[in-house]
Write a protein that binds this ligand. Structure first.
Ligand SMILES: [Ca+2]
Ligand SMILES: [Ca+2]
Ligand SMILES: [Ca+2]
Ligand SMILES: [Ca+2]
Length: 446
């Protein structure tokens, strides 16, 4: 759904319920407040340690915040199916240690739907909606378990703190800015057909991020953001991570810990996976990023991955492994691994550039032998174009900036295996004795 459609439908609902007749629908009993039908037009002010229960299609409409609990700690709010908490400003203004369990609708028509502080837990059930003119959920950290819709004209879930966010099968987070924005050590799970869409970054986390996107799930930036913008951590993608203008996954500067990606789905963007190199004023990420790609990584810019400084790695494995665009490994001793079960891993002539660093290694791992590396041309500038026999389909790879070749676990100097065009015999004479016979199996293109 597009954000404008969401805005219109939300505003229309607001107008309908604002016109409904008012009655005192909420009754306090000790620390517990029960709203059991009708419309409550006053802000509901809970008691610390208490509860607010909204049932039987009750509607709370505050002139400002519908539930006004600023500074009131440890409150449990339950909104049942068909019931509505709709503030002209915020839906819920809470404090620390709040639990919000929503099966109905929580809306902030003029600001956030839910504002909280530390250790907040929000559960949004199947069929439930949290809708905001500003942020849907803004707090100091906690848990958001979403099986329904979280929709915000600004940010979906936002905090500088740590979150655990679960987007369950069939659930959505739609945002006019960033959909999920959180600090270090945050966990995001997008399950089943879960859907996260943002105009800016769909998922924006700090260091030590832990993100899993299931098969069938989607994390999408539709305009000026990245699919994921992280500092460091772990991403496992079996679904779709996509950006239209920016990068599929972008890594900002971290503390040296680096990141790993296991991709069994699709990661696509201007650059599929990009690392900040300090070129645009932002500090560079100089850490190691290691990617195991069993799916598709695609860059519409013509660059699939650009891993920057650090000892980075890319492992291509399986018949579905595919890179659309070139790969740049740059400074550091990087490692490219091609397993022996590849089918059509990239378009012929795709470049893999080890870049600076004097021990960049390209490894043909598994059952490869030197005989599989059949035809090659090497220019004096060090660009080697190599045709590889896979048994199912040949592919041609362009290699630059690599110093070491591993084949079937044995390591060789790159220039020994792929001697430059001129002078012709010099490289062959440098081959280890055991390789001389095998060298005859390879032929150099004229
Ligand atoms: Ca790097
Ligand atoms: Ca590197
Ligand atoms: Ca390098
Ligand atoms: Ca190099």
């Amino acid at each position: 759904m597009n954000i404008k459609t969401v805005l219109l439908s939300g505003a229309a609902l607001g107008a309908v319920f604002a016109a409904a007749p008012a009655s005192a629908a909420c009754v306090a009993s000790g620390a517990d407040i029960a709203c059991t039908g009708g419309t409550e037009t006053n802000s509901v002010v809970p008691t610390a340690g208490g509860t607010v229960t909204v049932t039987n299609s009750a509607v709370i409409t505050g002139a400002g915040d519908a539930i006004l609990g600023d500074g009131v700690e440890d409150v449990d709010v339950t909104v049942s199916s068909g019931s509505i908490v709709r503030g002209a400003t915020r839906g819920i203004d809470g404090a620390s240690d709040w639990t919000v369990t929503n099966s109905g609708t929580i809306e902030g028509l003029g600001s956030d739907a839910i504002r909280g502080e530390a250790r907040m837990t929000v559960t949004n059930g199947v069929g439930a909606t949290i809708w905001a003119d500003d942020d849907a959920i803004q707090f100091d950290g906690g848990v958001v378990d979403n099986a329904g819709d979280i929709i915000a004209l600004d940010k979906g879930i936002t905090t500088d703190g740590t979150v655990e966010v679960y987007v369950r099968d069939g659930a959505r987070i739609l945002s006019g800015n960033e959909a999920i924005e959180a600090g270090d050590n945050s966990v995001v799970r997008v399950e089943g057909s879960g859907y996260v869409e943002a105009v800016e970054d769909a998922i924006q986390l700090g260091r030590f991020a832990d993100v899993v996107v299931d098969a069938g799930a989607q994390v999408v930036s539709t305009d000026i953001g990245d699919g994921m913008d992280l500092d460091s951590g772990s991403v496992v993608n079996r679904g779709l991570v996509s950006a239209v203008i920016e990068d599929g996954i972008d890594f900002d500067a971290d503390g040296g810990e680096g990141a790993t990606i296991r991709n069994e789905g699709v990661i696509q963007g201007f650059t599929g996976v990009n690392v900040e190199r300090g070129l645009a004023g932002d500090p560079a990420n100089t850490s190691a990023q290691v990617i195991a790609n069993l799916g598709l990584i695609s860059g519409t810019s013509g660059i699939a991955i650009d891993l920057g400084e650090g000892d980075d790695g890319l492992i291509l494995e399986g018949a579905a492994a595919r890179m659309e665009g070139d790969s740049f490994f740059r400074e550091g001793d990087d490692r490219l691994v091609l397993m022996d079960d590849l089918a059509a891993p990239f378009a012929d002539g795709t470049l893999f550039d080890g870049g600076a660093g004097t021990a960049d290694t390209v490894a043909f791992d598994g059952a490869w032998t030197l005989a599989d590396l059949t035809e090659f041309t090497t220019t004096a500038r060090g660009l080697t174009t190599l045709t590889v026999l896979t048994g199912t389909a040949d592919f041609t790879i362009a290699l630059a900036g690599w110093e070491i070749v591993e084949v079937g676990g044995a390591a060789y100097a790159f220039d020994e295996i792929f001697p430059a065009d001129v002078p012709l015999p010099a490289g062959a004479l440098l081959l280890p004795m055991g390789l001389l016979a095998l060298a005859g199996l390879r032929r150099k293109r004229g």
